[in-house]
Design a protein around this ligand. Structure first.
Ligand code: AMP
Length: 483
């Protein structure tokens, strides 16, 4: 269940006299990077809901005639990302049951759903097989059916939401947005000419000509209707914005926590150059997320920067599953090297993160095959040692290469001439937000929201292999997997 609602993108629109669905559509296309498995929009008009959801990319899901049917001035939308390869079409969002009074779009994940499940069972409304987002909607709906206002229904259900949530919600005459007390996943408010919108990232506002007003506060619920905005602070805020949003997820042109993501990535590259300089012929980014960091690295050291790995921008994870053989060639399908610019050169390859180590290994192999003389890896974030339970697609801890192996082993594994990561303090300095206001769980194992029954999955002192023999075993194993 925890796999179902991963790093998604959500939006909500109220625009007087205009098609809210069209604005939501463009917002979702700006948020495409946050989820590529499925997309959905629900609108409300004259007491009725209209819904269109489907597997695949935004451009594949909606045709003109679909958008025309999505009438109304109110809309919410969702792009879904799931680790399980799009096999759960029934879990496409927004959540909307038949004869419903609300639709819900959720970004985040509730590591524990025991409390929620217990509540729904005690009220005899638990539906087997429901995911965390569906259960959240069921709890809110329960209170609405018992005469509560929407805001009160959300407020009463809130203690059951034991995890991370940045949600948008639609009723027949308003949109709502709410965020867990830590605000782990982003959520911002924008002003449209004739209304307001909410989106996971501010890049969605730029796309439709909206102005970024502010972020939805951690622990806050807002209602937007023709009368304007009403806000309630449901829970005392304890901000812990996810650092991985700055490292990898968010688009570089988004402003998160008041900071432009591109600037932060660039500073991470500057800092990486200060901490781990290497004089080489060429600095090469792993496109696209590592480009600003690689630029920072190259500029700080005065080294030439070049895009020698050309990315096919049209290859995404979609509902069309590649064959096993093609999946194993994933990196080659995405990236094509330019041997003419690589041959005989010493290279620093900058990537934003190493998770399992698969990507880095394949790229190093690719660069060597294209004639690189030396390949040095510089990573613009610290080693990822801990799994995520809050809505990121990082695998279970045993698959995180840095959870089980030390730096030397990883270097042997990826076959690099040298390997260095940005220090933890260097990362915090580059982000420029007080460490106490960030969720750094992937690096520190400090989880700001209780993991409850899942806490036992985290191992704090994984034995690190350090012998040459272990490194060689790891190398042989993964080489076999890649062949
Ligand atoms: P890996 O091959 O597992 O080491 O993945 C590392 C690569 O995936 C890096 O190039 C990152 O840019 C990218 N990446 C990092 N985090 C994620 C994530 N949660 N989902 C997909 N890709 C990611």
């Amino acid at each position: 269940m925890s796999e179902i609602c991963e790093k998604c993108g959500v939006t909500a629109v109220y625009s007087k006299g205009e098609s809210a669905a069209r604005i939501a559509y463009f917002a979702l296309s700006a948020l495409q990077h946050r989820g590529q498995e499925s997309s959905g929009i629900v609108t409300a008009d004259d007491g009725q809901f209209f819904s269109h959801r489907g597997p695949g990319l935004v451009a594949q899901v909606y045709r003109e005639r679909d958008l025309r049917k999505l009438v109304g001035e109110f809309a919410i939308g969702h792009n879904r990302y799931a680790t399980s390869g799009g096999k759960h079409d029934s879990h496409m969002q927004p959540v909307l049951r038949s004869d419903d009074v609300l639709a819900l779009a959720h970004n985040g994940n509730l590591p524990s759903v025991e409390k929620l499940k217990h509540f729904l069972k005690s009220k005899k409304i638990y539906k087997a097989g429901s995911n965390d987002s569906e259960m959240m909607a069921d709890a809110i709906r329960y209170y609405i059916y018992h005469g509560k206002t929407i805001a009160n229904a959300i407020k009463l259900s809130w203690p059951l939401f034991t995890g991370v949530f940045s949600c948008t919600l639609l009723t027949e005459d308003a949109i709502y947005a709410f965020r867990d007390r830590c605000g782990v996943r982003p959520l911002s408010l924008g002003k449209l000419r004739n209304g307001y919108m909410v989106a996971s990232e501010t890049c969605a506002f730029d796309m439709v000509g909206a102005r970024h007003v502010r972020d939805i506060k951690p622990g806050e619920l807002i209602k937007i209707d023709p009368k304007g905005i009403t806000s309630w602070q449901i829970e005392k805020s304890d901000p812990k914005l996810e650092v991985f949003e700055f490292i990898y997820f968010a688009r570089p042109d988004s402003v998160l926590g008041g900071k432009l993501v591109n600037e932060i990535r660039r500073k991470m590259g500057d800092q990486l150059a200060i901490e781990h300089p290497k004089k080489v012929d060429l600095v090469v980014p792993v496109p696209d997320s590592a480009i600003p960091a690689a630029l920072g690295y190259a500029y700080t050291l005065g080294i030439e920067f070049d895009h020698v790995l050309i990315k096919n921008r049209y290859i995404h994870r979609t509902f069309i599953q590649p064959t096993q053989e093609l999946r194993e060639r994933a990196v080659q399908m995405k990236l094509n090297p330019l041997p003419e610019h690589i041959r005989g050169k010493s290279i620093v390859l900058v990537d934003d993160s190493i998770v399992r180590g698969t990507t880095t290994k394949q790229i190093v192999k690719m660069l060597r095959k294209a004639g690189a003389k030396e390949v040095h890896i510089r990573v613009s974030s610290p080693p990822v040692r801990f799994p995520d339970f809050y809505g990121i697609d990082t695998p279970d801890q045993s698959q995180l290469i840095a959870a089980r192996h030390n730096l030397e082993d990883i270097q042997v594994h990826v076959q690099a001439d040298s390997l260095a990561y940005l220090s933890y303090d260097g990362m915090i300095k580059a982000i420029g937000i007080d460490e106490s206001k960030l969720c750094t769980a992937c690096f520190t194992g400090q989880y700001p929201i209780d993991l409850m029954e899942r806490a036992s999955e985290v191992v704090f002192d994984h034995p690190k292999s350090s012998s040459a023999e272990n490194a060689q075993n790891l190398y042989t194993q993964t080489t076999k997997q890649l062949q």
